[in-house]
Design a protein around this ligand. Structure first.
Ligand code: TRP
Length: 452
């Protein structure tokens, strides 16, 4: 069977960046930075991206491109009859758990889009805005309805088969989102008191780094690049054999990192200008942006409303493109491995993630009392995936490439049979990272974090 391929390297990078860039960059990165003390966390995050995420990225793309198959097929092809085929389960379960709480945050963006359409932020004080957000997420019905709307949109896109259309569409909205974040960053930097925020992002204070921050930085990096769950593996299976895996990995990581950093510089100065606590948690983005819009509105009301509406629309599109790729993994699994009809599979995945998402949503309000390892249900699902399942998956992928695959095959894949000179020159270093450094460091951080 002949398989489709990305038409060029830049298409592959754009597609992978499309999956990677999402709420992880705009919503999760700024609040993680705020919870873990700022610049020092960013440094650890950069290090984790270089030493751990890139090797996992290369591992997944080597496996995917070598077999031109998804995770389960790739494992069956490279390691027939071994326990490696169970990797498939991890790659189906993790995205679905992520989707459950992702959809809750997607729902918050739906609500905030509606608010900006009705000029809700204009003239409100910081107290009003903070109270409005807290009141909203801890209420029962509003967030549940929004979560349902977001997840239904995903299901409809999958059912209607317009997934390709949405992905094409996101090619145009992504640059718009980038532009808007830059506009917001510039405005945020101009607010009185913003310089404290800049200092917070640039001047590392290692005493503010908590013991758990290293694991959190690693988890954030994996989350943001969609690593450890077979997504990059599957995307890479569509990359042509003659393309350069080194540059598609570095290219995707650079896009993703750039986006996250700009979001950090858009949010944090305004956090300090508004006097919000940087460690406010998952609500940080939604408490800060309205403040920026209300300030903007004092000088330029129409521009403020326009930017607010455009921003929440594009955030929603970015969230949707990431969310449908998680949804699709589950649907494909049920259709191809279990012989379920596509419409039925979509319904089943919808119900499962909707139910878990409802629990996540309610865990900010009526179910706040339920604590798992000290976290509410939402925080638990988030930490379970980012700090545990994705990390574990990443570890397994590097071990597979470093120890199970033949070194020659890995080298051939990475260097296109030796034709790519630069890749060939740095291959020993990359291989060393994949075989030794990444697994050892991940394991160390993982175990330390479990014991803490
Ligand atoms: N990287 C995505 C983001 O930053 C979220 C994500 C995590 C994801 N794991 C994934 C997306 C798996 C698709 C598949 O928002």
């Amino acid at each position: 069977m002949s398989r489709e391929h990305f038409s060029s390297r830049s298409t592959a990078v754009l597609a992978m960046a499309g999956s990677a860039i999402g709420l992880g960059n705009i919503w999760r990165f700024p609040y993680m930075v705020g919870e873990n003390g700022g610049a020092a966390f960013i440094l650890v995050y950069l290090l984790a991206t270089l030493l751990l995420s890139l090797p996992i990225f290369f591992s997944e793309s080597i496996i995917g491109r070598a077999t031109h198959q998804g995770t389960i097929g790739a494992m069956k092809a490279l390691a027939p009859g071994t326990a490696w085929r169970h990797m498939g389960l991890l790659t189906v379960l993790s995205p679905l758990i992520i989707l459950s709480f992702y959809s809750v945050v997607g729902g918050w963006s739906v609500e905030y889009l509606l608010k900006s359409l009705t000029f809700d932020f204009q003239g409100a004080t910081q107290e009003d805005l903070g109270a409005a957000f807290g009141g909203f997420i801890s209420s029962t019905w509003g967030p549940l309805v929004c979560h349902t709307v977001f997840l239904s949109l995903c299901a409809l896109i999958i059912l209607a088969g317009v997934k390709k259309g949405i992905e094409q569409f996101s090619k145009y909205t992504m640059p718009l989102l980038f532009l808007l974040i830059v506009v917001i960053m510039v405005y945020s930097l101009s607010l009185p008191g913003a310089s404290e925020g800049v200092k917070y992002l640039l001047k590392p204070d290692f005493s503010r780094l908590k013991a758990s921050s290293v694991a959190a930085a690693m988890g954030q990096s994996f989350f943001s690049l969609s690593l450890g769950v077979g997504t990059i593996l599957t995307y890479s299976s569509y990359i042509r054999t003659e393309e350069n895996l080194l540059s598609s990995g570095v290219g995707t990581a650079a896009f993703d990192l750039g986006f996250a950093l700009i979001a950090g510089f858009a949010v944090m100065p305004a956090v300090f200008a508004a006097g919000i606590a940087p460690g406010a948690g998952p609500g940080l983005l939604f408490e800060t942006l309205p403040y920026i819009f209300s300030k903007m509105g004092m000088n330029l009301p129409w521009l403020s409303s326009l930017v607010a509406v455009l921003l929440f629309v594009t955030v929603l599109v970015a969230a949707l493109t990431s969310a449908i790729s998680m949804f699709e993994v589950g649907v494909t699994f049920l259709v191809e491995e279990r012989g379920v009809k596509r419409s039925r599979a979509t319904g089943l995945i919808f119900l499962g993630t909707w139910a878990l998402g409802c629990l996540c949503s309610l865990s900010f309000g009526p179910l706040d009392g339920i604590r798992l390892f000290g976290k509410n249900i939402f925080g638990f699902c988030d930490a379970l995936t980012a700090n545990f399942l994705m990390t574990f998956g990443g570890l397994l992928f590097t071990l597979f490439v470093g120890w199970k695959m033949k070194k020659e095959q890995v080298r051939d894949e990475f260097t296109c049979g030796g034709q790519l000179r630069f890749s060939a020159r740095i291959f020993p270093a990359v291989y060393f990272l994949i075989r030794w450094i990444a697994p050892a460091v991940i394991l160390l951080i993982f175990v330390t974090n479990l014991l803490l």
